[in-house]
Design a protein around this ligand. Structure first.
Ligand code: NAD
Length: 359
């Protein structure tokens, strides 16, 4: 791993002898405030992955103009291989281990395999609820489950449509992935009047030109386990979702899903990256040349970290949603204006803005 002038500032490695589990926290940059970033618990996460994610958080927080730096944590264990009690002990130990860094230099949050219950366990070990966000309501939290990231993705899509002179009312949308980001992007875009014509999950995709209703599709997902079991529409192969002729494509699940094998077949006018690194870097330029407007991940999916900031300063749900909307609008506007002025692709324009703020 090679650092640069931005960071990382601290690489903290921890070991739990009872459970034989390693963990790492990388605090990439604290120039603008304590490093912000969630805890990922998987069997494969290591310092390298945590460092890359911590850097992404540095840029995301600077772009959203939050008084936070960037950080991330990883606990290297597959939660499916341990009991709930063991998971609780590990997360509690992890919170305790970070007492000397959090919340002064690091403020944690949920990431993969972590939700509000785990945030409670972290506080039990650490002692200070200010050291973490995404907590349950009774601990002063604004849980992840309010859908702030999907809300920000929906507003990014609306801004992108505006910039192309397309009304959000009736705009056609395809969403890859039906988890936290995908479900709420669907809900909030539907409320704006958009027509969500396709949604996928790990089992395939469903397409319906007349529109998929959020409440109905969510009920299908919850009762039958997959969007592909929905009664209406046509079941299509999961990867076909990337090639549909829609106004907006929202990748909201896996990395690298738009790559050399399918970039030529992309017909969407706009791509809003709900998921992180959904487009391989070599394809970003090509999409731009072809006139596809890409709203990059660290701009489009910043709603989650903006909500974390709202929680940190004690906002209620209503004020949190207002702040997400305001900040996402500002970021998308600043990025598009700069890109128009300098000719840089939007991602590079946004990176330049973030780097100026970190300079
Ligand atoms: P999640 O675990 O809630 O949902 C993931 C979804 O992806 C599930 O519906 C799953 O079925 C689907 N999926 C898995 N394999 C798939 C496949 N092959 N094809 C289509 N769908 C597939 O995750 P999430 O919180 O919604 O996060 C999604 C992405 O967004 C991740 O990259 C995450 O890092 C990123 N992100 C999330 C947030 C947030 O606040 N949730 C914030 C920033 C970035």
């Amino acid at each position: 791993m090679q650092g640069d002038t931005l960071g990382p500032s601290y690489i903290i490695q921890m070991y739990n002898p009872k459970h034989n589990v390693w963990a790492a926290t990388v605090i990439d940059n604290i120039k603008r405030g304590p490093g912000k970033g969630g805890i990922r618990m998987t069997g494969t996460v290591g310092v390298e992955e945590v460092s890359r994610l911590a850097r992404a958080m540095t840029l995301k927080c600077a772009m959203a103009d939050l008084p936070f730096g960037g950080a991330k944590s990883g606990i290297t264990v597959d939660p499916k291989t341990i009991s709930k009690e063991a998971k609780r002990e590990i997360v509690t130990w992890f919170g305790e281990s970070l007492r000397m860094y959090a919340p002064k230099y690091y403020i944690s949050a949920p990431d993969i395999n972590m939700a509000e219950e785990e945030m409670r366990w972290f506080v039990e070990g650490h002692g200070d609820p200010k050291a973490i966000t995404g907590k349950p309501k009774d601990l002063g939290g604004l849980p992840h489950e309010l859908g702030s990231t999907g809300f920000g993705v929906a507003h990014s899509a609306r801004m992108a449509l505006d910039s192309k002179g397309i009304s959000v009312t009736g705009a056609t949308i395809a969403i890859e992935g039906y988890g936290n980001v995908g479900v709420f992007a669907h809900k909030f875009l539907e409320e704006m009047g958009a027509n969500i014509v396709a949604v996928s999950d790990s089992r395939g995709a469903i397409y319906d030109a007349s529109g998929l209703k959020h409440s109905e599709l969510l009920a299908t997902k919850q009762s039958k386990g997959s969007v592909t079991e929905h009664g209406t529409g046509e079941k299509i192969e999961g990867k076909k979702i990337f090639e549909l002729d829609v106004d907006v494509l929202i990748p909201a699940a896996l990395p690298d899903v738009i790559n050399k094998s399918n970039v030529e077949n992309i017909k969407a006018k706009i791509i809003v990256e709900g998921a992180n690194i959904s487009i391989v870097s070599e394809c970003v330029e090509e999409l731009h040349r072809r006139g596809v407007l890409v709203i990059p991940d660290f701009v489009a999916n910043a709603g989650g970290v903006i909500s974390s900031y709202a929680e940190h300063v004690g906002y209620d749900e209503k004020k949190m949603f207002e702040l997400v909307k305001e900040k996402i609008e500002k970021s998308v506007k600043a990025m598009l204006e700069r890109s128009k002025k300098t000719g840089e692709i939007p991602r590079s324009a946004a990176e330049a803005i973030a780097l100026e703020r970190l300079g």
